[in-house]
Structure formats: C-alpha cells, structure tokens
Design a protein around this ligand. Sequence first.
Ligand SMILES: [Zn+2]
Ligand SMILES: [Zn+2]
Length: 275
Amino acid sequence: MSRFELTVWGARGSIPAPAAANTRYGSDTSCIELRCGERVIFLDAGTGIVAAGRKLYEEKLVNDFDVLLTHCHFDHVMGLPFLIPLYKDHVSARIFAGHLLDGTTCRHMVNRFMCPPYFPVTPKQFAAKIDYRNFRPPDAIDLGDGILVKTFRLNHPNGAVGYRIEFEGRALCYITDTEHLAGEIDEALVSFIAGAEVMIYDSTYTDEEFARFVGFGHSTWQQGVRLCQAAGVTRFVAFHHDVSRTDGWLEALEAEMRDVLPGACVARTGLTLTV
Ligand SMILES: [Zn+2]
Ligand SMILES: [Zn+2]
C-alpha cells in the first residue's frame, strides 16, 4: 500500500495568531500537505504553505505539485506569493479553484490578488510552469496516478469548495469554510464524506457560540462530530481555529471531543496522520 499521509502546516482561520500562548497548536493559517505515493498536494495556500514550500524546495526531491484552493479569502491564499518553488523554473504546479461564482477564472483571481498596490510582485514573476485550472462542483478531478478528487459546494460568503481525495481505496475529506443550519444535518454532505478515513472540518465556533455568528460562514466542532457520526467517519480533525483559541483552550477541546468521538483530534501545525 502506498503512502497516503497528511501534514498540517497551518490550522488557523481568518488571520494568523502568533502569540506565546499559541506555540503548541501554531499560528499559521490554512494549509494541509498531502502525500499520495510520490505526489504532493496542498490543500489551501494560507500562511502555512510558506514553510511547507521552503521544505519542499530544500529537499529538492519534488518539483511538481498541485494546489487545491477551497476559496480565495485571504487566510487561504495569503501564503501563495511566498511559495518559493513557484519562483523556480524547473518546477511545475497546477492550481485549482472552483468556488468562484461570478465567472472569474482561477488565473484571473490570482492576478487580482497579487497586484500593486496591494502586493509588489505579480504572478508574471513566477518562473515555474503553472497551470491554472477551473472547475465547478460537483465536478470530479482526476489528478492521475490513481488520485481522484471529488468536490462539493459549501455554504460560505463568496463561495467555497469541499474536497474528497481518494487514493488506493482510502479517502480524506477537507471541509472548510462552511456554515451549517442549526439543528439540521446536510444529508448531501453526509453522503459526500461517507466512508472516508479522515474528515478535516471547519470548527471555528462551538455550538454555544454559534447563534452569535450566524451568517459568518463557519461551523462548530459539534456539527463536525455529528456529521462524522451520521456518515460513519471515525477520525475527525477540528480545523480553522479562531484567533482567540490558546493552546490551553484547544487542549481542553481535544479532551472534550474525545469523550464524544475517540478518534477526534485538534489540528496543529506539524501534526501528521496516515490516512
Ligand atoms: Zn477561512
Ligand atoms: Zn473564508
């Protein structure tokens, strides 16, 4: 059986959270690295992708990778202009976006984001061979080498896409950023994640806080657990932590989650799991 592994490079939502009280779970925003056999796939390009890209470049083993963006809110793309391999001419990369609702293409979205006066470097300065790919959920994307990516439209301001990555009979779901309806379970989402080995889920809030944040486009860890229970998913990873969450808070959350679902854990920078 080939390697199918995830590494968390950034688990924060909305904005980086550097603070002495956050060193164990980390301060970087959304980025997960997947290894499927020899292939490298990044889920989102938040600030976490900067260190991931540096490591990839220093290893000099992998010169080809995919980036699957859930959407282009800053916390999910902020690291892209600092992804070192994109400035190397021996590198090939594919960047996928499918959340855009107004006909904007993936290439146009990156051009608009990396553009003076907001940022001095434009994508023209990337030396890598970059293929910008567009899709529309529920399109499935065949990445080759037996890797199939399924997609699901999430409920988030300006749109977002959930991913299910299937490889050699195993599956991992990455479901952030999304808002649920209180008291309801989205049966279409349950079907999408059903049978997956691991689900990473938007756990920005708790159920107790949720009423105050309706319309913000995020969910709760308890909703993630309910989805896992409905879909028969045993390994749940709470993700997209609010800037206010300290190490102590997240540690207590992990203990509370495990009382309900023993296979649950809280995402932290450096966490590696075999799918
Ligand atoms: Zn976010
Ligand atoms: Zn967002």
